[in-house]
Design a protein around this ligand. Structure first.
Ligand SMILES: CC(C)N1CCN(Cc2ccc(Cn3ccc4ccc(-c5n[nH]c(N)c5C#N)cc43)cc2)CC1
Length: 247
């Protein structure tokens, strides 16, 4: 997979050199390019924003740098992938469609993603219109109903959620199957050694004995019930009308 990120804060994406994403890059499973939007400005102040037409608070990102950036990134990517390959262009946006595990699953199948990090109050609407008119596939995605200052944090989250699903990135592929939300339920509680732990307050805390039984069938049944109960308590919206996993 190739991912291009366009941002005015390239250093914000430094964490993508670390851990599993960094390993995927070093192993050739991910070809990640981070671009500074200001490289496509032509004034001495490298201006990317201006006041909103019609008035209003804050600043709006100018269309010209974005259009030039997308053209350059698209040309660069097609040199690498082939002139017939087109990226999915993703804009994190508070007004976007909710980004969920199924979105990550869908996008992990893509050959090429371009992630565009807006800032200020947002990007001039004509950028989206321009991309649609030249035949680009565009998606607006939101991490959730809270306000961030820009798209970079969302791009970090989206990149990690998508790239970890690429075969070979996560060593134990089985762990991807059992994760929260992958079966529509929250993950069961996790325990490790010591089975008997005296906490700093002197309270002895035993792990559930079933987990030490060696009876994998009963352990699996216990874990399923724990997932269902935890989902009922914390995320009933994920359940069907009967309160089961049919949501
Ligand atoms: C009335 C008029 C002046 N108001 C103008 C601001 N509107 C909302 C508003 C608020 C903040 C930002 C800052 N921002 C810039 C680019 C950008 C990308 C993603 C996100 C973002 N926030 N929360 C998420 N889950 C996100 C995702 N994904 C935020 C971004 C952009 C937009 C509300 C209306």
């Amino acid at each position: 997979m190739r991912i291009d990120v366009i941002t005015i804060f390239p250093e914000y994406l430094a964490p993508l050199d670390l851990s599993l994403i960094g390993k995927a890059r070093r192993e050739g499973l991910l070809d990640l390019h981070v671009h500074d939007l200001r490289d496509w400005t032509h004034d001495r102040h490298r201006t990317v924003d201006d006041t909103p037409l019609g008035g209003g608070a804050g600043m709006v990102m100018k269309p010209e740098p974005w259009a030039e950036a997308f053209a350059a990134v698209r040309a660069d990517g097609q040199l690498a992938l082939g002139a017939d390959v087109e990226p999915l262009i993703i804009f994190p946006n508070p007004a976007g469609e909710p980004f969920a595990q199924e979105t990550a699953q869908e996008w992990s199948q893509c050959e090429w993603l371009v992630l565009a990090c807006g800032r200020y109050e947002g990007i001039d609407e004509r950028v989206y219109e321009h991309l649609a008119d030249i035949g680009c596939e565009v998606a607006l995605a939101s991490l959730g109903d809270y306000v961030l200052n820009g798209g970079e944090v969302a791009v970090l989250a989206i990149t990690e959620a998508v790239v970890r699903l690429i075969p070979g990135v996560v060593g134990n592929a089985a762990s991807l199957v059992e994760e929260s939300h992958s079966d529509g339920l929250l993950e069961y509680p996790l325990y490790t050694r010591p089975a008997r732990w005296e906490d700093p307050a002197g309270v002895v805390r035993e792990a559930p004995p079933i987990l030490l039984s060696g009876d994998h069938g009963r352990i699996a049944a216990w874990r399923s019930e724990q997932s269902l109960e935890r989902t009922r308590q914390r995320r009933p919206d994920l359940l069907g009308p009967a309160g089961d996993a049919g949501g």
